[in-house]
Design a binder for this molecule. Structure first.
Ligand SMILES: [Zn+2]
Length: 163
């Protein structure tokens, strides 16, 4: 499976197995705990989803986004994504927020430029992509299909080069 260099919106599913306090740039500190972190973003610029996911996949030596700080202490678990030139990350954040047992571990994470409560949510147990998609479809008519890289396939994903 190849991730296309096309614009789209994604949910990064990261797993965490430790308890550790992490500084998230200037936003504040966050106490990580074992479970799953879901981060929402859109990649509409050059390189699209492929370049963005490649960025998230490797660890940043010089963290830029809030998620870069979190990434160093978590593992890639999966990706939900859809190809679409429309920026849907805020819509996705609204949907993930309403999912069962979702918690916002740090307000305004990834959401300093928008009105969302957060673009990061924590789940004790791995959230279901089909439930997410159902909730999304009831909110957004004619939403493009949400695809998924399952954890087992993730190592085979060819992410391509970032530029
Ligand atoms: Zn937002």
């Amino acid at each position: 499976m190849v991730l296309e260099p096309k614009p789209g919106t994604y949910a990064l599913i990261l797993s965490c197995s430790t308890t550790i306090r992490v500084q998230i740039g200037r936003l504040g500190t966050m106490r990580l705990q074992p479970g799953y972190y879901v981060y929402l973003g859109s990649a509409l610029g050059a390189g699209g989803l492929r370049a963005r996911i490649a960025h998230h996949h490797k660890l940043s030596l010089r963290p830029h986004w809030h998620i870069d700080y979190l990434r160093a202490h978590t593992r890639f678990h999966g990706i939900w994504f859809s190809y679409d030139a429309r920026r849907r990350e805020h819509q996705w954040a609204r949907v993930v927020r309403t999912m069962r047992d979702a918690r916002a571990p740090l307000l305004e994470f990834g959401a300093c430029d928008c009105n969302c409560r957060s673009h990061l949510y924590f789940f004790k147990r791995c959230p279901s992509r089909t439930r997410f998609q159902r909730a999304l479809e009831s909110l957004a008519k004619r939403h493009p299909p949400v695809e998924e890289f399952e954890p087992v396939n993730l190592s085979r994903v060819r992410l391509g080069r970032e530029h």
